[in-house]
Design a protein around this ligand. Structure first.
Ligand SMILES: Cc1ncc(COP(=O)(O)O)c(C=O)c1O
Length: 447
């Protein structure tokens, strides 16, 4: 035994020690809320493929994949090799790189509506850039977004993200709810909140602001709206309204681009003017992007005749994210997407069987390689239906803790996202763990 091993705390203690140290320098001991948990977060030692090993040596199957960003799992050899080569040649420059052009070509050739693309550093920045582009292009100040929709941390984009029964108001005219105290009233006044998947009410609401709306934003498979899919009829209604009212239709596909080869938008007859992206297109490194029609994207061209939106970013299109992202997206070809989605369908089938065996109310929403379990018989179809109250959140925490014990990492909304390295073996481990965890929470569901 080395002296370092001798001084290593026994299971559990290591994390407590790390957490105590963390709390002295990081608010709540964390840098992002998603890792927060009681009595302390888990700390990773290493990860490979679809397995993550914590500092106590406990190995878990990863069905969270850094909140849906690691489409090929951890430390994929091809990505590691290419990124290592790039790092030794430099990580960020004040001049352009060839790889950013190659990644842009790949994305623009992949999706019919992507004439041009601008890379940024996160999904938050991508949505912010998309909104500002829409405002600058249309010359209008307001945006419309779905109640409960999560689009990152830009002021306007986060309005009503955390709306709840105490503040959401009448469904026919939902309040613009501040997510953080101190949000300027001007921000709230310029965000029109609509009820997801409710055509009649949404069109009435939009009509009340016609002439002022720059864009209508929608995430077609919104993680925070119960991972309920936007119906084709709803998306078409938004599309036609935006055509009639000189507004843009903007899709937020930061998380849901993974659901199909050309993103979630390929499932609709109508297409967005602009799309924000992130997560998987960075191959495990920080990234964001927004893409769309040439005429609109050209307002970002500093040398063009229609230049209206100066946008910089120190690390935007850095060659590390570009290299990793390009390889990740090359590997995610049509066959890879089909395989990923069919594995996901198998997982859902097995989990539903586990739910029956355990005798609990269960429904599953989602699309492609992402899905969410709901402890109710009938799946929600709207934000207000999907709202989880304090009692349900408690049960979800119990469930997630038990899943951790069963050596499965999930997203804390009780969602799973698959990576291409997950096989039937891991799907079996997942459904077995779900069965045990369903049995664990059953007494509380019936309480
Ligand atoms: C739909 C959606 N938009 C935007 C974001 C923000 O992305 P990021 O965390 O990279 O800023 C996320 C992140 O989860 C997201 O799911």
């Amino acid at each position: 035994m080395t002296s370092q091993e001798e001084s290593m705390p026994v299971n559990g203690k290591m994390e407590e020690q790390l957490y105590r140290k963390a709390c002295e320098v990081l608010p709540g001991g964390i840098s992002r809320n998603v890792v927060y948990r009681k009595p302390h977060p888990f700390y990773v030692s290493e990860a490979s493929g679809c397995y993550v090993t914590d500092v106590n040596g406990v190995k878990r199957v990863d069905f969270a994949n850094n909140i849906a960003s690691l489409i090929h799992g951890h430390a994929h050899p091809r990505i590691v090799e290419a990124v290592t080569r790039q790092i030794s040649r430099g990580t960020a420059f004040t001049i352009g790189t060839e790889v950013e052009i190659e990644h842009a070509e790949l994305m623009c050739n992949r999706v019919p509506g992507f004439d041009k693309i601008r890379f940024v550093n996160s999904g938050t920045e991508a949505v912010m850039g998309m909104i500002k582009t829409a405002r600058a292009f249309t010359g209008k100040p307001k945006i419309a977004k779905a109640e409960g929709g999560y689009h990152g941390s830009f002021d306007a984009a986060e309005v009503s993200q955390s709306a709840n029964p105490s503040n959401w108001g009448d469904i026919g005219s939902p309040n613009s709810v501040a997510h953080v105290p101190g949000t300027p009233q001007g921000v709230l006044d310029n965000v029109v909140v609509y009820p997801f998947n409710d055509i009649e009410r949404t069109i009435n609401i939009l009509n009340r602001h016609a002439g002022e709306i720059a864009c209508v934003i929608i995430d077609p498979v919104p993680h925070r709206i119960g991972m309920v899919q936007a119906t084709p009829e709803f998306v078409e209604a938004l599309y036609h309204w935006t055509r009639q009212n000189k507004a843009l239709l903007c899709f937020d596909e930061v998380i849901c681009f993974r659901v199909d080869y050309e993103g979630a938008q390929s499932g609709y007859n109508v297409k967005p003017d602009l799309t924000s992206l992130g997560k998987i297109i960075g191959g495990g490194f920080p990234i964001g992007a927004f893409a769309g029609r040439e005429e609109i994207m050209n307002i970002l061209d500093p040398g063009g005749s229609d230049f209206r939106f100066p946008l910089s970013g120190t690390f935007s299109a850095n060659p590390v994210s570009m290299t990793a992202g390009k390889i990740a997206m090359e590997m995610l070809d049509r066959d890879a997407v089909a395989n990923l989605n069919s594995n996901s369908a198998i997982a859902i089938r097995q989990i539903k069987e586990a739910g029956k065996l355990a005798g609990i109310p269960l429904s599953i929403t989602g699309k492609g390689s992402m899905f969410k379990v709901h402890f109710r018989d009938v799946a929600p179809t709207t934000f207000r239906e999907s709202y989880e109250d304090a009692a349900m959140k408690k049960i979800m925490t119990l469930f997630l803790d038990k899943m951790y014990e069963e050596k499965i990492i999930m997203i804390n909304s009780c969602s799973c996202v698959l990576s291409t390295v997950i096989t039937q073996k891991e799907i079996d481990i997942l459904s077995e763990a779900m069965l045990n965890s369903f049995r664990h929470i059953k007494p509380f569901l019936n309480a």
